[in-house]
Design a binder for this molecule. Structure first.
Ligand code: ADP
Ligand code: MG
Length: 685
């Protein structure tokens, strides 16, 4: 086995025809070994299947096989330019084929030869302009030609030759990482055969089988890592078992001004179950804006406190921290829980006093921004960490957080509904709880789609809401005017609205380029109703609570993703009165129109997120920022979601089986986990 590995690990320079230069080119493409070369997969195939000319469209690329039935005629023109023309009998069609600048063909082609030609079809003049040809009939293994990503001066021809050589030499040494029982369960072809199907397909079925197998392999290996990581983080790190006082919690819930929804009760049981177990909680709590995550968080915190632990709540901005501190203080007042707020404005003596109290355990719950994970902050007995609006924190911050304290249980909350396929991928190592039900009696936000020429009427509507004492958000995609993009920008819109509402209402301006303190100041002024209108870029997306705001107007709404629009819209509708959202958009295409329409039709964030993923694809779903999305070479998370779910269950079962940890045949898989740093090497002993 060792020997096999060495062979596949042989440097590409061991291949025939690979000198220093070619080796360098391959290295630049990330190909170092024969194994790398075999695993360098095409991203698409050119289709050279024969085409019935009667059905081919004008200017379509076609491949035909035919018999030469005129002497090739050669013409020269210009400098070194030539055109060779020949008549071809292809089935019932007699057509003309022209070859440009291939004068040498004149000698090679003779009457009655069979040739195969690929080129552009001129349906009107019955001419094919040849791009490639073969002397002789079509070969089935040439029907599909793989297209590889290339870099530098590497050519497709050279790469293909090298892959073929590597396959012939080392193909037999390829080990299949997928356990045989799974291969047979899904009737998947083996790795060696699948590689042949990817590189040298003999037909559509071969290609399909190969792709099917690789989709599964990619998902399975990815999920194996995730599931192993989940297991290791739960079981290997010494978690704490929190014996919460159930009676305390029941009493607290009874005193709430509302009954919990079924969904809230369910996720609470899931969270409390994790807290009680000696395993470490690593759970994602998803719930649409307004679904009532905060109260679930509060009850969980109370559970930790009832067993003598402390809790921490992390949020992305200081103003959010203040808002949370306020609402938690209110909730906890009657039960004597000590809530403290740590922000950058807590300085000097006050700060050191607070930190002292925290270390002595006099503070039960600490709320703040990422400042909470700074070194100077020490808890006496941290049992539970909750982060809100989790998608704003990077994957790495998730890790740092988990490393704080004595392995506290960790709950991540997010108001961005994430489609299940993405959730089990990006958050694959986590357990997921979903609040999929809204508290009863909510007034859904009324959403309207308006063309930009309706601005006058919208201003009138704004005025109406403002005169009722309500507040308005106006969202723009850009900060400043852009020459390239004809989109409304926040600074201009702010100026316009200030003029329009001059002397009647105050207009605030908020965007990402303002210094942090200024942002906080503007947001605070808006939340205190000193600004009646807030013109802003998407920075307000993150959960600020201004219940008095009843209208949101979004300029150039077609430029935002559905999930983002929904998230933005969630800033209104937080009070008891009817709220409105107006999408200003002139979408250019059908997809754009469909997106605006669906926004007006549903308030369900999960429905929108699935639709968003479908319309924009996974890459755009999270926006460009550190999405943590893995890159699959063959698989497509949207299209192949069923395989993803299956592979996840299989990977989960495997890492939970004792066979996986004891049987030798799983060593290559475990080696992958060791290489990834998920398992330590000693695990293999
Ligand atoms: P989220 O954080 O999920 O966006 P919040 O926790 O801020 O939502 O809750 C939104 C509002 O709904 C709050 O005013 C809260 O008191 C209220 N609320 C929470 N749960 C319920 C419930 N079960 N029934 C009625 N109102 C609720
Ligand atoms: Mg919230």
């Amino acid at each position: 086995m060792k020997k096999n590995k060495e062979n596949l690990n042989e440097a590409v320079s061991a291949l025939k025809g690979v000198g220093e230069e070619t080796a360098q080119q391959l290295n630049d493409m990330g190909i170092w070994t024969a194994g790398d070369l075999l695993n360098y997969l095409p991203y698409r195939y050119d289709d050279y299947r024969m085409k019935d000319l009667a059905e081919a469209a004008h200017e379509e690329r076609v491949t035909v096989e035919g018999k030469v039935h005129s002497e090739p005629a050669l013409q020269f023109f210009g400098k070194n330019k030539s055109r060779l023309t020949v008549r071809l009998l292809a089935g019932p069609h007699s057509i003309k084929v022209t070859f440009f600048n291939q004068a040498y063909l004149k000698k090679k082609l003779s009457l009655n030869d069979i040739i195969t030609v690929t080129g552009k079809w001129d349906r009107h003049r019955q001419i094919i302009t040849a791009q490639t040809y073969r002397l002789g009939p079509q070969q089935s293994e040439e029907e599909f030609s793989p297209v590889y990503p290339l870099k530098g001066s590497m050519t497709s021809r050279t790469l293909k030759k090298l892959i073929k050589q590597a396959y012939d030499r080392y193909g037999a040494l390829i080990e299949d990482p997928i356990p045989h029982e799974l291969l047979s369960k899904y009737k998947l072809i083996g790795k060696q055969e699948a590689l042949s199907g990817m590189h040298f397909p003999t037909g559509t079925d071969h290609m399909k089988q190969a792709r099917r197998r690789f989709v599964y392999e990619e998902f399975f290996l990815f999920q194996l890592k995730m599931q192993a990581l989940r297991k290791v983080e739960r079981e290997q790190s010494k978690g704490i078992a929190i014996s919460y006082n159930a009676d305390d919690l029941t009493a607290f819930i009874k005193r709430l001004p509302f009954p919990l929804t079924n969904a809230q009760s369910r996720v609470l049981q899931e969270i409390l179950g994790d807290m009680k177990s000696p395993h470490r909680m690593n759970r994602l709590l998803q719930g649409d804006v307004g679904s009532g995550k905060t109260v679930v968080a509060a009850i969980s915190m109370l559970g930790a406190i009832s067993d003598g632990y402390q809790g921490a709540l992390m949020v992305p901005t200081e103003i959010l921290a203040e808002q949370h501190a306020e609402s938690l203080n209110e909730l906890f007042q009657p039960v004597g829980v000590n809530v403290a707020l740590l922000t950058s404005s807590v300085k000097g003596k006050r700060r050191s006093l607070l930190l002292e109290k925290l270390a002595e355990g006099e503070i039960d719950i600490l709320i703040g921004t990422h400042a909470l994970i700074q070194d100077e902050v020490n808890f006496k007995n941290l049992g539970l960490v909750i982060t809100d609006e989790q998608h704003r924190f990077g994957v790495n911050q998730r890790r740092v957080l988990r490393e704080k304290g004595e392995s506290p249980d960790v709950l991540f909350m997010t108001a961005t509904p994430i489609p299940r396929t993405l959730a089990i991928t990006v958050f694959g190592e986590m357990d997921v709880s979903i609040i999929d039900e809204m508290p009863a009696g909510r007034k859904p936000i009324e959403t309207y789609w308006a063309k930009e020429n309706m601005l006058e009427r919208i201003l009138v509507f704004m005025e109406k809401e403002l005169s009722k004492g309500r507040q308005v958000y106006v969202i723009c995609p850009l900060i400043e005017e852009s020459e390239k993009l004809d989109v409304q920008n926040a600074i201009d819109v702010h100026t316009q609205l200030e003029q329009y509402f001059y002397g009647r209402f105050h207009v605030g301006l908020m965007h990402g380029r303002l210094p942090g303190e200024e942002k906080e100041r503007v947001m605070k002024a808006f939340s205190e109703n000193q600004f009646h209108i807030l013109v802003s870029t998407t920075v307000v997306e993150v959960g600020v609570n201004v219940p008095n705001a009843s209208l949101m107007v979004i300029y150039d709404a077609e430029r935002f993703g559905l999930s983002q629009l929904h998230q933005l819209r969630g800033r209104v509708g937080r009070g008891s009165d009817q709220s409105y959202c107006i999408l200003l958009a002139d979408p250019k295409n059908e997809v754009g129109k469909e997106r605006m329409k669906i926004m007006t039709e549903t308030n369900d964030g999960f429905v929108l997120s699935e639709k968003d993923l479908e319309l924009r694809g996974p890459g755009d779903f999270f926006g460009r920022k550190q999405s943590g999305l893995p890159e699959f070479k063959v698989a497509d998370m949207v299209h192949d979601y069923r395989a993803l779910e299956i592979a996840r269950d299989d990977a989960h079962q495997l890492v939970e089986s004792s066979a996986f940890w004891s049987e030798k045949r799983f060593e290559p898989l475990k080696q992958i986990l060791i290489d990834e740093g998920i398992l330590s090497g000693s695990k293999l002993d």
